[in-house]
Design a protein around this ligand. Structure first.
Ligand code: GAL
Length: 451
């Protein structure tokens, strides 16, 4: 099937995405103070690995310098025919200390960004929190301190006050499982904390924030469209042995159900993950994880294969790396399996009263090279998108519909613990010169989205 035959509904939303810590750069410019990622990436050795070096400094410090280039980048976005843009707000650019005095230059930046988008007929979709907590709040315990509920409310209030006249679409958190599990249990993401207590407290607070903030936003204006985003991984068992099948259920509860089901009002998946019972001791009578959202954002990149593993604490399940399974992989070493999204949508659609779904991140990292004539011919990425969208349409035919897609990412950027090596952009960025080259995949979108 050629891409021209990919017939999506005419009102389907097509956007591209970035996040502040990954794309803005300008870390110490105009009053911004450090986020936990600025600090974490400065450490020479993180717990499990060094943020990989590939010729340039692997800190979000420089990155794609979207802060200085946003006008030109929005012109590229427009040229590629996208009509929506998902970005996040750097908390420590707006409130350098996390709470208290506002940094006017931070407000000015996002005001200009939002105005520029609207002037170019591109709808802003704002993510409040994409993992970059101000260091000042981390010093007070960050996500493991229940005060995060008040800090987050204050930050949200500032955003609503300054941007709520023009931004209608709000996403509260980006993939809470990543910053709780990778950041507070495994220690491989900022803030580099480990252990079950940190994980459970951070999880409890993130569950509360994603629901409370939804209510807060709707109370200001019921017309706002509010949701939050979830990572979603298609998980299959390594073998048909009952032990592997049970391990797969536990892995699925952790990867896919922990944050989504409480949000939908179904409570925690305690029967598969009994250790979640311990959350009860942090819970107060007023705590409510449920929120009647206008939409949910689903972000699926790959499939994982799970296997029973006695040594793995708490979930007794391990993941069999794609590299060992002899399957095609991306530069992230993630299996390329576009039908994952079909299975995810089918599975999620079993929930009753599901709000509309947006695919808030879709993309793949490959080892893109710039040819002598200055072209980046990323055919693998084009194929990835074609096949992925076929699977989204397959889901639509079975009534597992979605309302829109946000491509990850508009620009090559800082890929967290992987540094600058994996390139996800539709636009190649030379991190030394900041030169942009629209990749063939970007041109593919331009053609595909042309009306
Ligand atoms: C997501 C994350 C993005 C991006 C992407 C690719 O989990 O939200 O910030 O890094 O993965 O790895």
């Amino acid at each position: 099937m050629h891409f021209k035959e990919l017939s999506f509904p005419t009102n389907y939303i097509w956007g591209a995405a970035i996040s502040a810590a990954q794309a803005e750069g300008a870390v110490h410019i105009d009053g911004k103070l450090n986020s936990i990622w600025d600090d974490f990436s400065k450490r020479k050795w993180n717990l499990n690995r060094k943020i990989a070096h590939h010729g340039i400094s692997h800190k979000p410090l420089n990155s794609a310098e979207f802060y200085h280039n946003f006008k030109a980048d929005i012109q590229i976005l427009k040229q590629l025919n996208f009509k929506a843009f998902r970005f996040s707000t750097a908390w420590s650019r707006i409130l350098p200390n996390g709470i208290g005095p506002i940094n006017q230059k931070g407000i000015d930046f996002y005001n200009q960004l939002i105005d520029e988008l609207l002037e170019n007929n591109i709808v802003p979709w704002l993510t409040i929190y994409h993992w970059d907590l101000p260091v000042a709040l981390q010093k007070k315990g960050g996500w493991v301190n229940r005060d995060i509920l008040n800090w987050f409310e204050e930050f949200t209030q500032v955003l609503l006050h300054h941007f709520g006249d023009r931004v209608l679409n709000w996403m509260v958190l980006n993939e809470p499982l990543a910053f709780t599990a990778a950041g507070h249990f495994l220690g491989v993401h900022a803030p580099g904390k480990i252990g079950i207590t940190n994980f459970l407290k951070a999880t409890h607070h993130a569950l509360l924030v994603q629901a409370n903030t939804g209510r807060q936003i709707k109370n200001i204006n019921a017309n706002f469209k509010v949701g939050t985003t979830f990572s979603a991984t298609y998980i299959t068992p390594y073998s048909q042995k009952p032990k592997d099948i049970e391990a797969t259920k536990r892995a699925d509860a952790l990867y896919n159900r922990l944050f989504l089901e409480p949000y939908l009002g179904m409570g925690l998946p305690i029967s598969e993950l009994p250790f979640l019972n311990k959350i009860e001791k942090y819970t107060k009578s007023e705590d409510n994880y449920a929120f009647d959202a206008d939409f949910i954002g689903i972000q699926n990149y790959t499939r994982e294969v799970a296997k029973h593993n006695t040594w793995m604490p708490y979930i007794k399940a391990g993941i069999v790396p794609a590299e060992k399974r002899n399957v095609p992989i991306t530069a992230m070493k993630w299996e390329i399996l576009p039908e994952s999204i079909y299975h995810i949508l089918k599975k999620i659609n079993q929930y009753p009263n599901l709000p509309p779904i947006y695919l808030t991140e879709v993309g793949a990292a490959f080892k893109d090279t710039v040819s002598e004539n200055g072209d980046v011919n990323d055919q693998e990425r084009i194929q990835f998108f074609e096949k992925y969208f076929q699977q989204v349409l397959r889901a639509h035919q079975e009534n597992y519909t979605t309302e829109g897609v946000f491509v990850w990412s508009l620009l090559d950027n800082f890929e967290w613990a992987e540094g600058y090596h994996p390139r996800f952009g539709l636009v190649h960025v030379d991190f030394k010169t900041q030169q942009r080259i629209i990749k063939q995949s970007g041109k593919w979108f331009k053609d595909f989205l042309k009306s």
